[in-house]
Design a protein around this ligand. Structure first.
Ligand code: MN3
Length: 241
């Protein structure tokens, strides 16, 4: 059961109140059911490295706000949506995002935006790392060479997709539904999952909040530096599935 310590203590406190109530009225179970605070289903995943670890490419302030404010806001919003869409507590984000039509229409917009934001950012944090390999290895390298000719060409095409994204969104390297490496872009917090991809290999956030503090309007410069942070081991695992 997903009960953290704080809520466990709150529930214990309510339990004591309920026992007093039960001596008078016998309504303990109803009182607990109605007054227990909602249990948080979603939690902000840790970055896995320090906020300053990706300097000088991605600055510490950007990482602090991006993770602790932007991603945290999706988490808070999702916990507020669980009561309205109970599948959020039982299905995985990917299972829901693969088929957004299953989300009740009344909450589809907020669920897609916030669950997509949570999935995209969880993926993104793991795809960056200080140090590590500076280029793809093994099967991923061979597949990139086969599809694009070279890693540099793949990077150029993905940067072009990120630059062409008007407003906010993401650029992606995916294994498409035909089993081929492919580059795509999504608006807002839409994920590639709903397009039927077999795997999501690499994704880069091109919302202004991902780069504006350091790079201002220079999205191309941000993208150039962002590739220096890519966790190619993680990309290879994503490719392997
Ligand atoms: Mn973002």
């Amino acid at each position: 059961m997903l009960v953290d310590r704080r809520n466990g203590l709150k529930m214990f406190g309510l339990g004591a109140a309920g026992l007093i109530l039960s001596a008078k009225s016998g309504l303990v179970s109803e009182a607990l059911a109605q007054e227990s605070p909602p249990i948080p289903v979603f939690k902000l995943p840790p970055l896995g490295y320090a906020f300053e670890a990706l300097e000088p490419h991605i600055d510490a302030m950007t990482m602090t706000i991006h993770h602790g404010k932007h991603h945290a806001a999706f988490i808070g919003n999702l916990n507020g949506l669980v009561e309205k869409y109970r599948d959020l507590a039982t299905l995985t984000p990917a299972a829901i995002l693969k088929n957004p039509a299953q989300i009740p229409e009344a909450v589809r917009g907020p669920v897609r935006n916030n669950l997509g934001g949570h999935w995209n950012h969880s993926f993104f944090w793991e795809l960056m790392t200080p140090g590590g390999a500076k280029e793809p290895g093994g099967d991923l390298k061979a597949a990139i060479a086969s599809t694009f000719g070279s890693t540099d060409t793949m990077i150029e095409k993905m940067n072009a997709a990120g630059l062409a994204r008007f407003g906010s969104g993401w650029a992606w390297l995916v294994v498409n539904k035909d089993g081929k490496l492919d580059i795509m872009s999504t608006p807002n917090q839409d994920t590639p999952l709903e397009t039927g991809v077999k795997a999501v290999v690499i994704g880069v956030d091109v919302w202004e909040h991902a780069y504006y503090l350091k790079y201002q309007n220079r999205r191309a410069e941000y993208l150039k530096h962002w590739w220096m942070t890519v966790n190619w081991d993680k990309a290879a695992k994503n490719f392997a599935g």
